[in-house]
Design a protein around this ligand. Structure first.
Ligand SMILES: Nc1ncnc2c1ncn2[C@@H]1O[C@H](COP(=O)(O)OP(=O)(O)OP(=O)(O)O)[C@@H](O)[C@H]1O
Ligand SMILES: [Mg+2]
Length: 155
């Protein structure tokens, strides 16, 4: 596990951008954290580093937004609304195995659909400071262990 503390919205985006430089086709990134933790903020940085210039906004009502103008396609998902199931109808496997990068907010609601390997990132608010966040990286599988090692070096 790799842990990194940030002190601002911009710093979270910067970490997302550093990860955006390293992701590959088929990378699966799970972002966990409370409402307003910074999952979409992190995704904005990642998208920018992929060269996506469109404004990245929360896909809460569409569940999945695809951005295809960058180095790799970005599939940005927010499955908060699937708290009571339905994730099996989204065809997630095709996204996860696709040519793009999948970034999923609230992945705990589609746990049945998780692939074997993924990078889970936990974003935690720090009680004493409005802007501070703890980012906890939990890689699953060798590919993602390597990715986190590269990220730690880049940061
Ligand atoms: N260090 C920080 N990292 C990320 N966001 C921060 C930070 N400090 C303050 N913020 C603010 O917290 C909010 C995070 O909102 P964001 O939409 O990214 O959260 P989210 O985790 O995607 O929430 P939701 O579960 O509702 O989708 C933004 O208003 C952002 O400016
Ligand atoms: Mg969000």
């Amino acid at each position: 596990m790799f842990e990194y503390t940030v002190a601002s919205d911009a710093a979270t985006q910067k970490v997302g951008a550093a990860l955006g430089q390293l992701v590959q086709p088929g990378s699966v990134i799970f972002l966990q954290g409370d409402l307003g933790a910074g999952k979409t903020t992190f995704t904005k940085g990642l998208a920018a580093a992929l060269g996506i210039q469109q404004y990245v906004k929360s896909p809460t009502f569409t569940l999945i937004r695809e951005y295809t103008s960058g180095r790799l396609p970005l599939y940005h998902m927010d499955v908060y609304r699937l708290e009571n199931g339905g994730g099996d109808e989204l065809g997630l496997e095709e996204y996860f195995n696709g040519a793009g990068v999948s970034v999923v907010e609230w992945p705990q609601f589609i746990e049945d659909e998780w692939p074997d390997d993924y990078l889970q990132i936990e974003i935690k608010k720090v009680a004493t400071n409005d802007q501070q966040r703890q980012l906890l990286f939990h890689p699953q599988g060798q590919r993602y262990e390597q990715l986190v090692a590269q990220l730690a070096q880049a940061l």
